[in-house]
Design a protein around this ligand. Structure first.
Ligand SMILES: [Mg+2]
Ligand SMILES: [Zn+2]
Length: 177
């Protein structure tokens, strides 16, 4: 009989521009604005059996704009607000690097380091995973790793990275997945 973890469906979520309003290196809890229809989309995905992992580039740490602790506090508060809506974030993976400040790393998207680490920790199979992001680099990370990709349209970053599907927000993403 197949192991349960082999059948589990997983959704990798970019944070800024997908879950919360992208205000550029956002890290202060008072600036946190969960996007309209994000909760609705997450609830729909949850109801179709998806579990959630956040994968976020936070180069603001490498650039000295904020500290690791600030990012952790932000992530915890976001997770807390989502739990209130019945959404459990299983883990948040964060790349604190930037090539110009800390050199190259394996975790910064479009690198696949965070996806690989999560896949190892949670026994995630690529064919049961989807990545939702608003930048070409998110989509490229998902494609390189080998899962399905959904691009949340973003006028600021018009490069869709040739995602499998496109949507205007998480609610529409949930409908097309
Ligand atoms: Mg983003
Ligand atoms: Zn990194």
């Amino acid at each position: 009989m197949a192991n349960d973890s082999e059948k589990m469906r997983w959704c990798f979520l970019d944070m800024d521009g997908v879950l919360v309003k992208d205000k550029g290196h956002i890290h202060k809890i008072e600036d946190m604005e969960i996007l309209p229809r994000a909760i609705e989309g997450l609830q729909m995905l949850r109801d179709s059996g998806f579990r959630f992992i956040i994968v976020t580039n936070q180069a603001g740490i490498a650039k000295g704009f904020f500290k690791h602790e600030d990012a952790h506090a932000f992530n915890e508060e976001l997770a807390r607000r989502l739990v209130e809506k019945g959404i459990v974030i299983e883990a948040t993976y964060m790349c604190p690097h930037h090539p110009n400040h800390t050199g190259d790393c394996l975790c910064r998207k479009p690198g696949t380091g965070m996806l690989e680490e999560a896949a190892r920790s949670f026994s995630i199979r690529k064919e049961n995973a989807v990545l939702i992001g608003d930048k070409g680099s998110d989509i490229e990370a998902g494609k390189r790793w080998g899962c399905k990709t959904v691009w949340i349209r973003n006028s600021q970053y018009p490069d869709s990275g040739k995602a499998d599907v496109e949507a205007d927000d998480l609610a529409e993403a949930a409908r097309v997945i």
